[in-house]
Design a protein around this ligand. Sequence first.
Ligand SMILES: *[C@@H]1O[C@H](CO)[C@@H](O)[C@H](O)[C@H]1NC(C)=O
Ligand SMILES: *[C@@H]1O[C@H](CO)[C@@H](O)[C@H](O)[C@H]1NC(C)=O
Ligand SMILES: *[C@@H]1O[C@H](CO)[C@@H](O)[C@H](O)[C@H]1NC(C)=O
Length: 270
Amino acid sequence: KKMGVPGKILCVLMLLSQQVFNDQETLHLPANYTVGWMETLDDEKLISDITLPGTHDSLALYGGFIAKLFPLGKKLLIMHGLVYQNANLKDALETIKTFLSKYKSETVLVRVKPVLFFKSKVPILVGQMAKNDPDSWTDETIPNIGQVRGKIVFVQKNLLLLHRLYETDKHNDYIVTNVEKKKEKIIKHLTETTYERYRADYVVLNYSSGTGMPRLRLDINPKSLAKQINPWLYKHLDNESKKTNPKPCFGVITMDFPGLDLIKKVTEFN
Ligand SMILES: *[C@@H]1O[C@H](CO)[C@@H](O)[C@H](O)[C@H]1NC(C)=O
Ligand SMILES: *[C@@H]1O[C@H](CO)[C@@H](O)[C@H](O)[C@H]1NC(C)=O
Ligand SMILES: *[C@@H]1O[C@H](CO)[C@@H](O)[C@H](O)[C@H]1NC(C)=O
């Protein structure tokens, strides 16, 4: 049966959303895709000068809201709201290390956000774990990529150990009641990110993710928002990449459910 115009439009939209939105557990890579995109980066380049694709609540596969850490004895459990994510930090780091042992030119930045009870214990436990780990970078200075290839770099806010992190999102920016306003905010934040004064001393974390206000906007959740934001963000970044020379640095662009083409668009800023 021939497709009518609405069918065709839907088909194009689906194609588009497949490239920029992905809600499957794994990202299916084309056979010719090069995973180690950091290989071509100059060793001297500070990690704060790299535009990096990031995920938000990376381990939140179960439950609703925001995945965070919760210490139980000496174990750091990964939580999403009150829902335990069947993972502890050590397991999560092992997964990253397996990746890094295969792709030695790469680095992975990890941010651990403590929540719930015994919050103050989390930084201490994470710090101990990292300091004893030869595969983690724990110097207080921002490293260049050459120093941290094959390593995990912990970026933390308000911790004595580890790196300084600047977040463009202000308190509650993640709550979205109006998608157009969210877009304006994202542009503002992306612009802010390119300021040299942040980049010298901080790894900048930039969010494009968000969720609706519980009870007020049940129709907006991280997934429905990402479906709207990701195609727009792709186009926005595409516009930016054509406009400016040299290319700006946006720091870490944190996304929900990014598809491969959106991820590639981010890495192309380097
Ligand atoms: C990878 O293959 C796709 C087709 O499957 C092609 O469009 C693309 O240009 C190829 N990329 C590279 C880097 O060869
Ligand atoms: C960049 O950071 C700002 C500041 O928090 C944030 O509001 C904005 O949403 C971020 N932009 C993206 C694309 O993540
Ligand atoms: C990208 O640029 C085109 C042409 O200038 C413009 O029409 C479009 O609104 C821009 N898209 C975004 C998302 O900024």
